[in-house]
Design a protein around this ligand. Sequence first.
Ligand SMILES: [Fe+2]
Length: 439
Amino acid sequence: MNKISSSGHRFRNKVLIPENPSNSSPLATRYARVRAMTKQLIVPMTAEDCALQSMPDASPAKWHLAHTSWFFETFILERFLNNYRSFHPAYRVLFNSYYNLVGDKHPRAQRGLISRPNLTEVLAYRDHVDEQMATLFEKLPSEGAQFTELVELGVNHEQQHQELMLTDIKHLFSKNPLKPAYQSQWPLTVVRARKTRRIPIGGGIYQMGDMGIHFAFDNERPRHSVILRDFEIASHPVTHGDFLNFIEDGAYQRPELWLSMGWDIVQQQQWNAPQYWERDKDDWYTFTLHGMEKIDLHTPICHVSFFEADAYARWAGARLPTEAEWEVVASEIPVDGNFLESAVFHPLALRSDPPRPGLAQLFGDVWEWTHSSYAPYPGFRLARGPVGEYNGKFMCNQYVLRGGSCVTPKAHMRASYRNFFPPEARWQFSGLRLAWDAN
Ligand SMILES: [Fe+2]
């Protein structure tokens, strides 16, 4: 791999962390920081930017701002705060995403039609929820474990929506002929190419799933045993340069490389490159949160579907790792990398060779598709009540991605984290890493 040589780039990181709030409770502090970060993400945007919906899968930033507040209002304030008065009774339906046990929902594909409430009113809704939550935090010791668990869930839910806000903003801006930049600077410096190696991993009986030390979603539990055969995994994710080699070898014209459903979509959608790629004469460009940029051959490929990832692996004489294989190697490595807090909002080329055991960029940069269907672990149990709808009901027709991306909050990531999307989805920062069966 890395057949194509070019000068790569990397970004000089800067930190994007809101001011430390005054409340001294650790949980209240964490709540306030996450809520502040969400608001900070809309600073580069206009009210018009925040209202638009570019496709049914994506939501307006204004909707994300309101829905995350709805989550705290519906699942915490209504339950724990005596005589709580909602900010607006219509919001219960307007900003319900998919919780059937809560009641009616505004149609997902029509979120871009909600011109009222306007952005100012939605921000006032957020302030109202924050003020009421502050009242509850003052009574924290008397509210108990269920309150704490639900606040943790709400905070993690909001972090998921921070990532979705950025992926949805990117998709929205990509549809604008002016190709606006969410962040105007493109602060990249040259780095050299890295050579991908095959790291051997011994087979055996391993444990995977949440270890029960920190917060985890229900879909990461229970921890359980898995049997792995000997395998090899790539030291680095597949790069834009690798994927360009695939394209130039006829990737999107060769049905033998594709799963049947994937080939159908290639034909129907007339795919000839990853999402956001555009060709100008002999050069490929891609839309980024910094605007249109020439592709950097040494950065991890992103915005590919499961079908494209699988076809690339087949072309390369490899396969996608299973989620168990991915987690076994990732559990040995600290969670570090290019996350949202770097404020780069784009995958980076690697700054230096990875330390032993030689695995680089498992965390951050791009989500890595696995060949594992999103299914319940043995012994999985749904939580009682509406929050039981959070994960379990989506365990059908989706594949698992691991590791987080350049728009995932770092504190949100861990080795056992399971993301999931349908196999045709590619507006997330999704890429891949190769694996091989041991000979
Ligand atoms: Fe949500």
